[in-house]
Design a binder for this molecule. Structure first.
Ligand code: MRU
Length: 343
C-alpha cells in the first residue's frame, strides 16, 4: 500500500506531494516546525493525511522537550500543538488528531512515559484511519454500479489519507471486487491535485482514468456521461453541509440538476458535530500566487485582483448520501449522523 508518511528511526518520512508526478521525493523531518511547514506548503495534504502528519509533528515536538516536570512539559507541548493547529484551518482532522494526542498527554501521570505514549497514540491513529478507510470503501463500493463512470474532484487516494483512500478508496474497492469502473477526474485548479495525484494513483492501480478541466464537468454531466459523483470532505457539519475542495459545490448542483447521485466519502475523523451547519466552517484562503503563477511563470496582468478560497461548502440538500466507516447516511443528516456516534 502506498503510504503518505512513515515514522522511521525517530523521524517522519513524508512523500512530497508537490513534486509528484515528476519525482518521488521523500522528506525526512526531525522538527515539528518542519512538519508545520510541510502541511502549510501542501507537501502533505488531504484531510486525514494532514491530521496524521500533525499527530507525528506533536510527537517530534514532544521528543525535543527536556524538562522532567510534567506541568512544564504540558505547557511547552501546548505551544507545539498551537503552532501545528495554525497551519490549515478547514480540515477538522488536524484538530481532531491533535486533540486525541493531547488527551493522552493530559491523562498520563508519569512524565517519563509521556513521549512513548504520544508516539503509541499517533501510530494507533494511523492504523485506525486505514481500517476506517477500508470499511468506508466497502460501504461505498456497494453504491457504484458495475460499468459506472465516476466523476471525482481533487485527490482522495492513498497519499491524501492514512493510506487507502476515501472517495478513491470506494472506487478502489469497487475495482478490486471486479466492477468495471472508469474515472473522470477534474484537474482541480489551482493546485491540480486531480491532474497530478488522482491520475497518478489510479494509473498505478490500473483503474482507467481520464482528466478533464474543471469547467468541463457540467458538460459531461448534462450529456449523461457520468453515473455518479464521489468526492471527499475536509469537514462535515452536524446537518451534513460539507466543506471540500473549491469547485465541489458547483459539481453538487450540476449533479442534482442532471439527476446524478452525488456522494461524499468522509471518515468519522472528518465529521464535526460541534458545528451546526456549514456556515460555521472556516474556509482557508490560500496565497494569491497559486492563481497568478504556474511554476514561477506569471499568467495574469500585474495589479489584477485575485481571490483564492481553497474550499467551498456544499449544502446538505445536494448530497445523496454521506459514506462513513460507520455506515451510509442520508437525509435527515442532522439526526442520522448523531445516530452513528455510538457506532
Ligand atoms: O487542499 P487539499 O489538497 O488538502 O484539499 C483536499 C481535499 O479537498 C480533499 O477532497 C479532502 O481533504 C479529502 S482527502 C481524503
Amino acid at each position: 500500500m502506498l503510504r503518505p508518511m512513515e515514522w522511521k528511526s525517530g523521524k517522519l518520512r513524508l512523500l512530497d506531494q508537490t513534486r509528484l508526478p515528476e519525482a518521488e521525493v521523500y522528506l525526512e523531518l526531525e522538527d515539528y516546525r518542519e512538519v508545520a511547514s510541510a502541511i502549510r506548503e501542501m507537501r502533505v495534504r488531504g484531510a486525514p493525511a494532514i491530521g496524521l502528519a500533525a499527530a507525528y509533528g506533536l510527537v517530534l515536538g514532544a521528543q525535543k522537550l527536556q524538562t522532567p516536570n510534567r506541568q512544564e512539559f504540558l505547557s511547552e507541548l501546548a505551544q507545539v500543538k498551537e503552532e501545528l493547529s495554525a497551519t490549515r484551518p478547514t480540515a477538522v482532522n488536524l484538530f481532531w488528531a491533535l486533540e486525541r494526542l493531547w488527551q493522552v498527554a493530559e491523562g498520563e501521570p508519569d512524565p517519563s512515559s509521556l513521549k512513548a505514549r504520544l508516539l503509541e497514540e499517533a501510530r494507533c491513529l494511523e492504523v485506525e484511519e486505514v481500517a476506517a478507510e477500508q470499511r468506508l470503501g466497502e460501504y461505498g463500493a456497494q453504491l457504484i454500479p458495475d460499468g459506472a463512470t465516476v466523476l471525482t474532484h481533487c485527490h482522495t487516494g492513498s497519499l491524501a489519507t492514512g493510506g487507502y483512500g476515501t472517495a478513491l478508496g470506494i472506487i478502489r474497492v469497487a475495482h478490486e471486487r471486479g466492477k468495471r469502473v472508469k474515472v473522470i477526474a477534474d484537474e482541480t485548479r489551482p493546485r491540480l491535485q486531480g491532474a497530478r495525484l488522482t491520475a497518478w494513483e489510479l494509473k498505478r492501480l490500473g483503474i482507467p482514468v481520464m482528466v478533464i478541466v474543471d469547467g468541463a464537468a457540467g458538460s459531461f454531466l448534462s450529456r449523461g456521461l457520468i453515473d455518479c459523483v464521489v468526492v471527499g470532505a475536509d469537514r462535515v457539519a452536524a446537518n451534513g453541509d460539507t466543506a471540500n475542495k473549491i469547485g465541489t459545490y458547483s459539481l453538487a448542483v450540476l449533479a442534482m440538476e442532471n439527476g446524478v447521485p452525488f456522494y461524499v466519502a468522509a471518515p468519522w475523523s472528518s465529521i464535526d458535530l460541534s458545528l451546526p451547519s456549514g456556515s460555521e466552517i472556516p474556509v482557508e484562503e490560500r496565497p494569491e500566487d497559486e492563481i497568478t503563477h504556474i511554476r514561477g511563470q506569471r499568467l495574469l496582468p500585474q495589479g489584477v485582483g485575485v481571490a483564492n478560497p481553497a474550499f467551498d461548502i456544499t449544502p446538505h440538500q445536494y448530497i445523496t448520501a454521506i459514506i462513513t466507516e460507520r455506515g451510509v447516511v442520508r437525509e435527515p443528516y442532522v439526526t442520522k449522523l448523531k445516530e452513528l456516534i455510538s457506532g
